[in-house]
Design a protein around this ligand. Sequence first.
Ligand SMILES: Nc1ncnc2c1ncn2[C@@H]1O[C@H](COP(=O)(O)OP(=O)(O)O)[C@@H](O)[C@H]1O
Ligand SMILES: [Mg+2]
Length: 390
Amino acid sequence: MKRTVAVIFGGRSAEHEVSIVTAHIPIMRALAAAGDYDIVPVYISEEGNWYSDPAFIDLSYFQKSGWRSAVKKLKKIDVSVNGGLTLVWPGLRAKRQKIDVAFPAMHGTYGEDGSLMGLLRMSGVPFVGCDMAASAVAMDKVLTKQVTESVGIAGVKYEWFSKAEFAADRKGCLAKLKTLKYPLFVKPPHLGSSIAITKVDKPKDLENAIEVALHYDDRCLVEEGVHNLIEVTVPIMLSDSEHWLAKVERPNAEFFDFETKYIGSGGKKGGKTGGVNAGYSEIPAKLDPKLYKECEDVTVATARALGLHGISRVDLLINGKTKKVYMNEVNTLPGSLYEHNWRVAGYSAVELVNKLINLADERAEAQKNVHIVFNSDILKAVGSGGKSGQ
Ligand SMILES: Nc1ncnc2c1ncn2[C@@H]1O[C@H](COP(=O)(O)OP(=O)(O)O)[C@@H](O)[C@H]1O
Ligand SMILES: [Mg+2]
């Protein structure tokens, strides 16, 4: 019997449109080609409303002019988390659709940050990709650094402070940054590829850069810049005990290079739309074998430290002269799953989605065996007549 897979995409995120692409290419296309699944496309609007309609399977639906107003005319769905995940089209003749597996395809806030995973966890439905805690940590560049450095993974030297701390003690915050060597990179830790990142060459420009970052986020991260920069990204799949690496990829300059991305082209988005620019990437990256292996090792160590699962992508910064590798950031839902790279690594898109669904099932099975109920005598022990406050 075919299994019902809900592909969840869109969402209240700046990466709404990228998510629509990822959901269709490769996810739904590959699920359809696999032939073993009934696909239920679930679209979350920018306002946070949930819709599901068979017409969503076709990417062209989202390419017609006026598609946003067409969606708004559809009936919103409810999501039930009782005894699994069920979609409900409310009304007199309410329709219900039980979901066997969820396939999140949402980038950024509410999707990749653990929010959606929390909901799916509550329902107990198997779902593809990282769980709630790992997603939340990976979404925060400061937390990611704190976790990875705690197990000895190298990162660039950095400091951070909150918006409130900066407001209360600007001097103290700036003093913290005195030990960092220029150029500095000032970042809002929760955002993806974003114009709010500033490369700062001189101390006089620092405060302005901090203000920009704090305009977009409640924390500010300030890092030392890596010289002779080589950027690479490494897609990885993981179960609890095994991992599978794609190729170490050196994306094209336009895709990753800070100057081009943020200064040259006035803040063009990049970062997660790997499939689109894939043709320019070097796959595998031409690095000497020792360095290549180190990139793989740092990726696996990072993935384990963060508790990643299913699929992810770890971005690394390398000083091309000293050959030092620094963990930079983690994406728990690589754009288009980085299908182009997996293909080079020997996985077709169909094999990729099948494997991810198997990993989701495996984790759900394992979680069933985790003992979470603890019966105690506490209810009896509190006695009778216990009005709150007594
Ligand atoms: N410490 C650093 N040293 C050198 N370049 C950096 C550093 N941090 C960021 N960059 C440059 O800025 C780009 C964007 O920064 P990143 O932390 O990857 O944020 P995003 O989430 O926007 O991709 C990187 O791809 C890299 O080109
Ligand atoms: Mg990046």
